[in-house]
Design a protein around this ligand. Structure first.
Ligand code: SF4
Ligand code: SF4
Length: 328
Protein backbone atom coordinates (compact mmCIF):
# COMPACT_ATOMS: atom_id res chain seq x y z
CA UNK A 1 0.00 0.00 0.00
CA UNK A 2 1.28 3.49 -0.85
CA UNK A 3 2.55 5.42 2.13
CA UNK A 4 0.88 8.75 2.97
CA UNK A 5 2.71 11.70 1.45
CA UNK A 6 3.99 14.32 3.90
CA UNK A 7 5.49 17.77 3.33
CA UNK A 8 7.50 20.00 5.66
CA UNK A 9 7.86 23.64 4.74
CA UNK A 10 9.30 26.73 6.43
CA UNK A 11 8.34 30.37 6.07
CA UNK A 12 9.50 33.24 8.34
CA UNK A 13 11.16 31.23 11.08
CA UNK A 14 14.51 30.74 12.78
CA UNK A 15 14.92 27.09 11.80
CA UNK A 16 14.24 25.86 15.33
CA UNK A 17 11.11 24.01 14.18
CA UNK A 18 13.25 22.12 11.65
CA UNK A 19 15.60 21.23 14.51
CA UNK A 20 12.57 20.01 16.46
CA UNK A 21 11.86 17.46 13.70
CA UNK A 22 15.48 16.30 13.84
CA UNK A 23 15.15 16.15 17.66
CA UNK A 24 12.75 13.25 17.18
CA UNK A 25 16.03 11.25 17.12
CA UNK A 26 15.42 7.57 16.38
CA UNK A 27 11.67 8.23 16.10
CA UNK A 28 12.51 10.14 12.92
CA UNK A 29 13.45 6.80 11.35
CA UNK A 30 10.00 5.43 12.25
CA UNK A 31 8.38 8.49 10.66
CA UNK A 32 10.53 8.15 7.53
CA UNK A 33 9.48 4.48 7.35
CA UNK A 34 5.78 5.22 7.70
CA UNK A 35 5.47 8.15 5.29
CA UNK A 36 6.72 9.35 1.93
CA UNK A 37 8.32 12.79 2.35
CA UNK A 38 7.60 14.83 -0.79
CA UNK A 39 8.94 18.23 0.32
CA UNK A 40 11.43 19.26 3.02
CA UNK A 41 13.60 22.09 1.64
CA UNK A 42 15.89 22.28 4.66
CA UNK A 43 16.92 18.62 4.38
CA UNK A 44 16.13 17.27 0.92
CA UNK A 45 16.43 18.63 -2.61
CA UNK A 46 12.83 19.06 -3.73
CA UNK A 47 11.68 21.90 -5.95
CA UNK A 48 8.44 23.84 -6.26
CA UNK A 49 7.69 22.06 -9.54
CA UNK A 50 7.76 18.70 -7.68
CA UNK A 51 4.86 19.94 -5.56
CA UNK A 52 3.08 21.44 -8.56
CA UNK A 53 3.19 18.09 -10.31
CA UNK A 54 1.19 16.40 -7.50
CA UNK A 55 -2.58 16.08 -7.66
CA UNK A 56 -4.85 18.28 -5.53
CA UNK A 57 -5.09 16.81 -2.03
CA UNK A 58 -2.44 14.19 -2.82
CA UNK A 59 -0.24 15.19 0.13
CA UNK A 60 -1.81 13.68 3.25
CA UNK A 61 -0.45 16.39 5.53
CA UNK A 62 1.74 19.47 5.25
CA UNK A 63 3.53 20.68 8.38
CA UNK A 64 4.21 24.37 7.83
CA UNK A 65 6.34 26.35 10.26
CA UNK A 66 7.07 30.07 10.33
CA UNK A 67 4.93 33.15 9.89
CA UNK A 68 4.13 34.53 6.44
CA UNK A 69 6.25 37.58 5.63
CA UNK A 70 7.00 37.41 1.88
CA UNK A 71 5.14 36.87 -1.37
CA UNK A 72 7.08 33.64 -2.01
CA UNK A 73 5.92 32.25 1.34
CA UNK A 74 2.33 33.22 0.56
CA UNK A 75 2.49 31.49 -2.84
CA UNK A 76 4.05 28.33 -1.40
CA UNK A 77 1.53 27.93 1.44
CA UNK A 78 -1.36 28.51 -0.97
CA UNK A 79 0.08 25.82 -3.26
CA UNK A 80 0.53 23.42 -0.33
CA UNK A 81 -3.04 24.08 0.81
CA UNK A 82 -4.38 22.98 -2.59
CA UNK A 83 -2.15 19.90 -2.67
CA UNK A 84 -2.77 18.80 0.94
CA UNK A 85 -5.56 16.97 2.73
CA UNK A 86 -4.46 18.43 6.06
CA UNK A 87 -2.40 21.47 6.96
CA UNK A 88 -0.81 21.71 10.40
CA UNK A 89 0.53 25.07 11.61
CA UNK A 90 3.76 23.86 13.19
CA UNK A 91 5.19 25.99 15.98
CA UNK A 92 4.55 29.40 17.50
CA UNK A 93 5.34 31.46 14.37
CA UNK A 94 2.86 29.65 12.08
CA UNK A 95 0.36 29.45 14.96
CA UNK A 96 0.51 33.03 16.30
CA UNK A 97 3.15 34.97 14.32
CA UNK A 98 5.91 34.25 16.86
CA UNK A 99 9.09 36.25 17.27
CA UNK A 100 9.11 37.40 13.57
CA UNK A 101 5.66 38.86 14.33
CA UNK A 102 7.30 41.48 16.57
CA UNK A 103 8.26 43.08 13.23
CA UNK A 104 4.66 44.35 13.19
CA UNK A 105 5.76 47.10 15.56
CA UNK A 106 7.52 48.64 12.54
CA UNK A 107 6.96 49.05 8.81
CA UNK A 108 9.02 47.39 6.08
CA UNK A 109 10.83 50.69 5.34
CA UNK A 110 11.72 51.15 9.00
CA UNK A 111 13.04 47.59 9.19
CA UNK A 112 15.10 47.99 5.99
CA UNK A 113 16.50 51.36 7.14
CA UNK A 114 17.53 49.90 10.47
CA UNK A 115 19.08 46.70 9.13
CA UNK A 116 20.71 47.96 5.94
CA UNK A 117 21.61 51.56 6.86
CA UNK A 118 21.64 52.35 10.58
CA UNK A 119 23.13 49.37 12.38
CA UNK A 120 26.66 50.46 13.42
CA UNK A 121 28.33 47.38 11.92
CA UNK A 122 26.79 48.00 8.47
CA UNK A 123 28.79 49.74 5.74
CA UNK A 124 26.43 50.72 2.94
CA UNK A 125 27.39 54.20 1.61
CA UNK A 126 24.91 54.00 -1.27
CA UNK A 127 22.06 53.07 1.09
CA UNK A 128 21.05 50.05 -0.98
CA UNK A 129 18.15 48.01 0.38
CA UNK A 130 16.73 44.74 -1.04
CA UNK A 131 14.81 45.23 -4.31
CA UNK A 132 12.44 42.91 -6.06
CA UNK A 133 14.30 43.33 -9.37
CA UNK A 134 17.98 44.03 -10.05
CA UNK A 135 19.51 44.04 -13.52
CA UNK A 136 23.02 42.66 -13.80
CA UNK A 137 25.23 41.83 -16.80
CA UNK A 138 23.83 38.33 -17.13
CA UNK A 139 20.17 39.25 -16.73
CA UNK A 140 17.63 40.11 -14.07
CA UNK A 141 17.80 38.96 -10.45
CA UNK A 142 14.62 38.83 -8.42
CA UNK A 143 13.68 38.70 -4.73
CA UNK A 144 10.21 38.03 -3.36
CA UNK A 145 8.22 41.00 -2.10
CA UNK A 146 8.78 41.63 1.62
CA UNK A 147 5.42 42.54 3.15
CA UNK A 148 4.82 45.32 5.67
CA UNK A 149 2.85 42.99 7.91
CA UNK A 150 3.74 39.55 9.26
CA UNK A 151 0.76 37.18 9.23
CA UNK A 152 -0.10 33.92 10.93
CA UNK A 153 -0.59 30.91 8.65
CA UNK A 154 -4.36 30.90 9.19
CA UNK A 155 -4.56 34.54 8.06
CA UNK A 156 -3.43 33.28 4.62
CA UNK A 157 -4.90 29.77 4.25
CA UNK A 158 -7.35 27.58 6.21
CA UNK A 159 -5.43 25.56 8.83
CA UNK A 160 -6.69 22.21 10.13
CA UNK A 161 -4.57 21.81 13.28
CA UNK A 162 -2.04 23.72 15.35
CA UNK A 163 1.09 22.34 17.03
CA UNK A 164 2.16 25.05 19.47
CA UNK A 165 5.54 25.94 20.93
CA UNK A 166 8.87 27.53 20.16
CA UNK A 167 9.62 24.88 19.09
CA UNK A 168 7.00 22.12 19.56
CA UNK A 169 8.45 19.41 21.84
CA UNK A 170 9.16 15.93 20.38
CA UNK A 171 6.40 14.16 22.37
CA UNK A 172 3.69 16.47 20.99
CA UNK A 173 5.07 16.10 17.45
CA UNK A 174 5.05 12.28 17.70
CA UNK A 175 1.55 12.30 19.24
CA UNK A 176 0.35 14.42 16.32
CA UNK A 177 2.02 12.22 13.69
CA UNK A 178 0.62 9.04 15.29
CA UNK A 179 -2.87 10.56 15.53
CA UNK A 180 -2.71 11.50 11.82
CA UNK A 181 -1.45 8.06 10.78
CA UNK A 182 -4.17 6.32 12.81
CA UNK A 183 -6.87 8.81 11.79
CA UNK A 184 -7.55 9.64 15.44
CA UNK A 185 -7.58 13.40 15.23
CA UNK A 186 -9.74 15.74 17.30
CA UNK A 187 -12.15 18.15 15.65
CA UNK A 188 -10.73 20.52 13.04
CA UNK A 189 -9.18 23.72 14.36
CA UNK A 190 -7.87 22.08 17.55
CA UNK A 191 -4.53 22.87 19.12
CA UNK A 192 -2.76 19.51 19.49
CA UNK A 193 -1.68 20.08 23.11
CA UNK A 194 -3.28 19.88 26.58
CA UNK A 195 -6.08 22.31 27.34
CA UNK A 196 -4.92 23.37 30.83
CA UNK A 197 -2.89 26.49 31.59
CA UNK A 198 0.82 26.06 32.37
CA UNK A 199 0.33 26.96 36.05
CA UNK A 200 -1.81 23.82 36.46
CA UNK A 201 1.13 21.57 35.58
CA UNK A 202 3.97 23.72 36.96
CA UNK A 203 6.03 22.22 39.79
CA UNK A 204 6.11 25.66 41.47
CA UNK A 205 2.32 25.91 41.65
CA UNK A 206 2.30 24.72 45.26
CA UNK A 207 4.36 27.75 46.24
CA UNK A 208 1.99 30.14 44.48
CA UNK A 209 0.06 31.84 47.26
CA UNK A 210 -3.72 32.17 47.11
CA UNK A 211 -3.37 35.93 46.77
CA UNK A 212 -0.26 37.38 45.08
CA UNK A 213 0.54 41.06 45.50
CA UNK A 214 3.54 42.32 43.52
CA UNK A 215 5.03 45.44 45.13
CA UNK A 216 7.94 45.72 42.72
CA UNK A 217 8.38 44.19 39.26
CA UNK A 218 11.82 42.67 38.85
CA UNK A 219 13.76 41.37 35.85
CA UNK A 220 15.45 37.95 35.98
CA UNK A 221 19.01 39.36 36.04
CA UNK A 222 18.24 41.70 38.95
CA UNK A 223 17.72 39.06 41.62
CA UNK A 224 18.96 35.65 42.67
CA UNK A 225 15.97 33.58 41.59
CA UNK A 226 14.71 30.99 44.06
CA UNK A 227 14.53 27.77 41.96
CA UNK A 228 11.56 26.40 43.92
CA UNK A 229 9.28 29.42 44.28
CA UNK A 230 6.63 30.70 41.87
CA UNK A 231 8.15 33.51 39.78
CA UNK A 232 5.19 35.81 40.35
CA UNK A 233 5.68 35.50 44.09
CA UNK A 234 9.26 36.71 43.49
CA UNK A 235 8.08 39.78 41.51
CA UNK A 236 9.06 38.32 38.13
CA UNK A 237 6.62 38.39 35.22
CA UNK A 238 5.62 34.82 34.37
CA UNK A 239 2.94 34.22 31.74
CA UNK A 240 2.12 30.71 33.02
CA UNK A 241 -1.43 31.67 34.06
CA UNK A 242 -2.19 32.91 30.52
CA UNK A 243 -0.37 30.19 28.55
CA UNK A 244 -1.32 26.68 27.40
CA UNK A 245 0.57 23.79 29.00
CA UNK A 246 2.31 20.93 27.17
CA UNK A 247 5.85 22.24 26.78
CA UNK A 248 7.18 20.22 29.70
CA UNK A 249 7.87 23.49 31.59
CA UNK A 250 11.16 23.83 29.74
CA UNK A 251 11.86 27.41 30.80
CA UNK A 252 10.60 26.95 34.36
CA UNK A 253 12.99 24.01 34.83
CA UNK A 254 15.83 26.25 33.59
CA UNK A 255 14.78 28.78 36.27
CA UNK A 256 13.35 31.25 33.77
CA UNK A 257 9.76 32.51 33.76
CA UNK A 258 7.35 31.52 30.98
CA UNK A 259 7.17 33.93 28.04
CA UNK A 260 4.08 32.39 26.50
CA UNK A 261 5.26 30.49 23.41
CA UNK A 262 2.49 27.87 23.66
CA UNK A 263 -0.12 30.56 23.12
CA UNK A 264 -3.44 31.04 24.88
CA UNK A 265 -5.71 28.36 26.28
CA UNK A 266 -8.92 27.55 24.38
CA UNK A 267 -11.43 30.38 24.31
CA UNK A 268 -8.91 33.22 24.78
CA UNK A 269 -8.68 35.44 21.71
CA UNK A 270 -5.84 37.76 22.76
CA UNK A 271 -3.09 36.13 24.85
CA UNK A 272 -1.24 39.41 25.46
CA UNK A 273 -4.34 41.18 26.78
CA UNK A 274 -5.05 38.18 29.02
CA UNK A 275 -1.49 38.23 30.41
CA UNK A 276 -1.58 41.98 30.91
CA UNK A 277 -4.89 41.89 32.77
CA UNK A 278 -3.56 39.02 34.91
CA UNK A 279 -0.46 40.99 35.92
CA UNK A 280 -2.35 44.23 36.53
CA UNK A 281 -4.76 42.34 38.79
CA UNK A 282 -1.91 41.27 41.09
CA UNK A 283 0.04 44.53 41.28
CA UNK A 284 0.09 45.49 44.97
CA UNK A 285 -1.60 48.86 44.83
CA UNK A 286 -4.48 48.27 47.19
CA UNK A 287 -3.00 50.30 50.06
CA UNK A 288 -4.27 53.91 49.74
CA UNK A 289 -0.96 55.39 50.87
CA UNK A 290 0.92 53.54 48.20
CA UNK A 291 -1.54 54.74 45.59
CA UNK A 292 0.32 58.04 45.39
CA UNK A 293 0.88 58.74 41.73
CA UNK A 294 4.67 58.49 41.85
CA UNK A 295 4.45 55.07 43.49
CA UNK A 296 2.07 53.83 40.84
CA UNK A 297 4.37 55.18 38.15
CA UNK A 298 7.43 53.53 39.71
CA UNK A 299 5.66 50.21 39.91
CA UNK A 300 4.44 50.39 36.30
CA UNK A 301 7.84 51.56 35.04
CA UNK A 302 9.30 48.34 36.41
CA UNK A 303 7.50 46.65 33.52
CA UNK A 304 10.10 47.21 30.79
CA UNK A 305 8.87 46.60 27.21
CA UNK A 306 5.28 45.59 28.03
CA UNK A 307 4.29 45.04 24.38
CA UNK A 308 7.31 42.80 23.78
CA UNK A 309 6.65 40.95 27.03
CA UNK A 310 2.96 40.22 26.63
CA UNK A 311 2.91 39.85 22.84
CA UNK A 312 6.32 38.22 22.38
CA UNK A 313 4.84 35.32 20.41
CA UNK A 314 1.38 36.49 19.48
CA UNK A 315 1.26 40.03 18.08
CA UNK A 316 0.01 39.10 14.54
CA UNK A 317 -2.71 36.91 16.12
CA UNK A 318 -3.79 39.64 18.57
CA UNK A 319 -6.84 41.84 18.15
CA UNK A 320 -4.68 44.78 17.00
CA UNK A 321 -2.34 42.60 14.86
CA UNK A 322 0.19 45.37 14.24
CA UNK A 323 1.17 48.95 15.06
CA UNK A 324 -1.07 51.36 13.22
CA UNK A 325 0.37 52.43 9.88
CA UNK A 326 0.07 55.93 8.54
CA UNK A 327 -2.21 56.16 5.53
CA UNK A 328 -0.20 57.75 2.72
S1 SF4 B 1 3.10 31.74 37.51
FE1 SF4 B 1 4.82 30.68 36.49
S2 SF4 B 1 6.12 29.90 38.18
FE2 SF4 B 1 4.12 30.44 39.05
S3 SF4 B 1 2.97 28.52 39.02
FE3 SF4 B 1 2.46 29.62 37.11
S4 SF4 B 1 3.89 28.84 35.57
FE4 SF4 B 1 4.69 28.25 37.61
S1 SF4 C 1 7.67 27.72 29.75
FE1 SF4 C 1 6.41 29.09 28.44
S2 SF4 C 1 7.88 30.10 27.04
FE2 SF4 C 1 8.94 28.31 27.97
S3 SF4 C 1 8.59 26.61 26.50
FE3 SF4 C 1 6.92 26.51 28.01
S4 SF4 C 1 5.22 27.72 27.10
FE4 SF4 C 1 7.12 28.26 25.99
Amino acid sequence: MAKPKVAFYWCASCGGCEEAVVDLNEDLLKVADAVDIVLWPVALDFKKKDVESLGDGEIAVSFINGAVRTKEQEEMVKLLRVKSGLVVAFGACAHLGGIPGLGNFWTRDEIFDRIYKEVPSVENPEGITPREKTTVDVGELTLPEFYDTVKTLDQIIPVDYYLPGCAPPPDLIMNAINAILKGELPEKGAVLAPKKALCDTCSRNETKPEKISIKEIKRPWEIKIDPEKCFLEQGLICLGPATRSGCGETCIKANMPCRGCFGPVDGVIDQGAKGLSMIVSILGLEDEEKMAEENVEKLINGLVDPAGTFYRFSLPASILRRKRMEVK
